[in-house]
Design a protein around this ligand. Structure first.
Ligand code: F0G
Length: 403
């Protein structure tokens, strides 16, 4: 695989693999793949490989044997009842909860942890709202690497915390939010304490590109009008855009869908700047939302995400916690698909944009549902009503059924 790591802002090449920002302008980094060997081919040429991250190895900056847990290859559900409920022509859900650790992060980690091995690193680490830490912990275990994760105290859903501890990571909670934890991990990585596998590491979004490739493959290359992502640190929506730009540059597709991002109302710096027509943003100081996965005030890839949205004619919007929970339960009870609150934000965003008239009822929309419902059992139980407990008799149980 031939590639160059460049500053996304000033375009300079960055050779040092342990830099996570441009030494000249502090801009964020990006991998530029040399795809010239694919000219004259088409997406159909990859079809003989099994669906999953490594089907798209030509688009990934890895030359060695990958550390893999067979990530990707997740279902794309055609949610007809949800579409009827929302009043839209077609609504698909890309269910990333079906990944090995229950979120889309595994797509980036198979690439990122393989890269760590290629570089001879011994310790990997990240800051996380939960899912990144769960994923990194699993892949580090598989690779035999020491793993350190920094989490915001008291704001990580139980399933994610349990996973990170279960897979043997050193789990440290810091008194502060995700943005504070990321600042500390950046400093630790610069001091050489660990190899950082947050999405500011440009190898992570490379793996996450495959989410968008799969959607197109699963739709037999009939492009949807719009792909909707929940947005936190803002790398995933940008990764999807980068992915389809690459296919577009090869002539594998003839246009891009509208990339649309949804933030939680209490942590929506990008939505605020989109409303002003800005390409930069001001951080939110005290982000808050029930969707703790996207409780982020200073998204590291915020400028990239805004580019993805503006360049494709998409939008950024935000939804309230009530709207998130409503969408989460509707998807569960209409379609049997269980996603965590952050993922449901994407669906709630579609409903809001339809109601506003921003999304046309004739569109074909794909929602990226990033994490499994079991990640956050507390939110589910808090919104499910009471358990029914009775004597162990047929009569008592019948009464409970009818109650
Ligand atoms: N959905 C879920 C379930 C997430 O865990 C995240 C991010 C996102 C959406 C947003 O993706 O950051 O690329 O915009 N979780 C990170 C973490 C921050 O630490 O697990 P993004």
């Amino acid at each position: 695989m031939k590639y160059t790591v460049r500053c996304w802002e000033c375009g300079r090449e960055v050779d040092d693999p342990f830099q996570y920002a441009c030494p000249h302008c502090q801009g964020s980094l990006s991998v530029e793949m040399d795809l010239s060997h694919l000219e004259g081919t088409s997406a159909h040429d990859l079809r003989s490989r099994p669906l999953g991250v490594w089907r798209y190895g030509h688009f990934l900056p890895i030359g060695s044997e990958p550390v893999t847990l067979q990530e990707g290859g997740t279902p794309l559900y055609n949610c007809r009842k949800m579409a009827g409920e929302y009043g839209i022509r077609s609504l698909h859900v890309k269910f990333e909860g079906a990944n090995p650790t229950g979120s889309f992060k595994d797509r980036g980690m198979t690439v990122g942890v393989t890269r760590a091995l290629e570089l001879g690193c011994k310790v990997v680490g990240c800051a996380s709202t939960g899912n990144t830490s769960a994923s990194l912990a699993a892949y580090a275990a598989k690779a035999g690497l020491k793993c350190v994760v920094l989490l915001p105290t008291g704001k990580v859903a139980l399933g994610k915390l349990a996973q990170a501890m279960f897979f043997g990571a050193k789990v440290i909670t810091v008194n502060g939010n995700f943005d504070d934890a990321l600042r500390v991990v950046r400093e630790l990585s610069q001091a050489g304490d660990l190899y950082m596998l947050n999405s500011v590491n440009p190898f992570r979004p490379e793996g996450q590109k495959t989410l968008a490739f799969e959607i197109l493959d699963q739709l037999d290359l009939r492009l949807p009008d719009r792909i909707v992502y929940p947005v936190g640190n803002a790398a995933n929506i940008w990764a999807g855009y980068k992915a389809l730009r690459e296919w577009h540059s090869l002539g594998w597709i003839d246009r891009l869908p509208m990339f649309t991002g949804v933030q939680a109302a209490g942590s929506a710096p990008l939505t605020r700047s989109f409303a002003l027509g800005d390409r930069d943003f001001r951080p939110v100081e005290d982000p808050e939302t029930i969707a703790t996965a996207i409780r982020i005030g200073n998204p590291a890839s915020g400028r990239k995400a805004l580019r993805a949205v503006y360049d494709t004619g998409g939008v950024m919007t935000s939804v309230t916690d009530e709207e998130i929970v409503e969408a989460q339960f509707l998807l569960g009870r209409k379609e049997g698909v269980g996603v965590e609150p952050a993922s449901a934000a994407a669906l709630a965003g579609v409903r809001k944009l339809l109601d506003e008239g921003t999304v046309d009822r004739d569109e074909r929309v794909v929602c990226v549902c990033t994490g499994h419902v079991l990640k956050d059992p507390d939110t589910v139980m808090a919104n499910c009503g009471k358990l029914l407990r009775t004597e162990a008799t047929v009569e008592a149980v019948r009464r409970a059924i009818d109650s």
